[in-house]
Design a protein around this ligand. Structure first.
Ligand code: NDP
Ligand SMILES: N[C@@H](CC=O)C(=O)O
Ligand code: NA
Length: 367
């Protein structure tokens, strides 16, 4: 039975839960003796093991306690390589939201390491980085990349679109609610009654529940939805090169007040948001007067080549108003085969447990 080495970069909210699931899977009959954790790091320290493997369940606490060696970020590729002492297949699991780690994927793949990640950065930034990743993953000896959790967390969105395209279906339009955070916020904030808690208090709740990006401004400014739309667009042959600057090329409605746009600390951002509750109250009132609710949606219109992330109003009896709860995502695939009724995928689209499940399902696919 061959062994799969696993190197984990990032043991935050999602990374820690992934390690818990790895401990569970490693202990089950399914894969006993086949998965070996050889590396786990946060942004400052790394734990390494070259023979028996690390205990996944204790890594995050050990790093929090200051165990492990100090890591300079530029040393990451060398450190990983020197950790991998045998010829077993090695997968790097990137649980950060780091642009730097994302920029290393082409090199990792070229060296034959597989990459699994919920980090959207590599697939939604410049077209050059994306092309480098695709190129490196096509080498005969190159690694594979799997990124199901980048869109809809554990929901099968990437796999579904890949299967539709690979089987020769023609995608006409993809639309839906693609942000768990913005879904939660507007499901709670903008109900048909048009009243309820303040906007800022619901944003704080979404953060506590683990739905937001490390900086919640990245959800509210529409960038997270635009990144997901970029990832999906690039999987559709006719839109492959349509967004040269990635998410920056998407038409975006930002919900971040101008005065908070340059706040780099997530804590400060959330602390100052109540100053702008009255502005959001106006939006809620307007929608209520029209008998509508607010929902933040993403659209990819393949024929018109329009990709947009926007705040829209929907009638109170629309599916986006009645059928979404919590952090639900809902994504409709309109295709030549799925027409006139689209294929719909719906369910929790954010949170550590469901995101880690998507990463783990990618790992099990590799096995
Ligand atoms: N939360 C969710 O529902 C979902 C999240 N995701 C994605 O999952 C990823 C992780 O999110 P989350 O767990 O909430 O983030 P956290 O901020 O909780 O954790 C990030 C982890 O990455 C580490 N890290 C950051 N930069 C580097 C670096 N350059 N090198 C090594 N380690 C680094 C951090 O270390 P330190 O603690 O030292 O800073 C920390 O351990 C993100 O890309 C996010 O977009 C995707 C789908 C859903
Ligand atoms: N912050 C994101 C997490 C998943 O990608 C979201 O709210 O959807
Ligand atoms: Na997914």
């Amino acid at each position: 039975m061959s062994t799969l080495n696993v190197a984990v970069i990032g043991v935050g909210l999602v990374g820690k839960e992934f390690l818990n699931q790895l401990a569970f899977v490693g202990a089950s009959d399914l894969s006993s003796r086949r998965i070996r954790l050889i590396y786990a790091s946060n942004s400052k320290r790394a734990l390494r093991e070259d023979s028996k493997g690390l205990d996944p369940a204790s890594c995050s606490q050990r790093l929090a306690d200051g165990e492990g060696e100090e890591v300079a970020l530029a040393e990451l590729p060398r450190l990983l390589e020197s950790t991998i002492v045998d010829r077993h297949r090695t997968v790097i699991v990137d649980n950060t939201s780091s642009d730097y780690v994302a920029s290393l994927y082409p090199a990792f793949l070229q060296k034959g390491f597989d990459v699994i990640t919920p980090n959207k950065k590599a697939f939604s930034s410049s077209l050059k980085l994306y092309n480098d990743i695709i190129f490196a993953s096509r080498f005969k000896e190159g690694g594979k990349y799997l990124n199901e959790s980048t869109v809809g967390a554990g929901l099968p969105i990437i796999a579904t679109l890949r299967d539709l395209v690979a089987s020769g279906d023609e995608v006409i339009k993809i639309e839906g609610v693609l942000s768990g955070t913005l879904s939660y916020i507007f499901n709670e904030y903008s109900t048909p009654l048009g009243e309820g808690p303040s906007f800022s208090s619901i944003v704080a709740q979404a953060r506590e529940k683990g739905y937001t990006e490390p900086h919640p401004g990245d959800d509210l400014n529409g960038a997270d939805v635009a990144r997901k739309l970029t990832i999906l667009s690039r999987m559709i042959p006719s839109l492959r090169s349509h967004l040269p600057e990635g998410y920056k090329s998407v038409s975006i409605t930002s919900l971040v007040p101008d005065a908070l746009a340059s706040v780099t600390s997530g804590d400060e951002f959330v602390a100052r948001l109540p100053e702008y509750d009255a502005e959001f109250e106006k939006l809620r009132e307007e929608a209520k007067k029209e008998g509508k609710v607010l929902r933040y949606v993403g659209v990819i219109d393949v024929q018109a080549k329009v990709v947009k992330a926007a705040l829209e109003k929907y009638p109170a009896n629309h599916a986006f108003a009645t059928s979404l709860q919590g952090s639900d995502n809902i994504i409709a695939f309109h295709t030549k085969r799925y027409s006139p009724r689209p294929m719909i995928v719906q369910g929790a689209g954010a949170g550590a447990a469901v995101t880690a499940m998507g990463i783990m399902s990618d790992l099990l696919k590799l096995l």
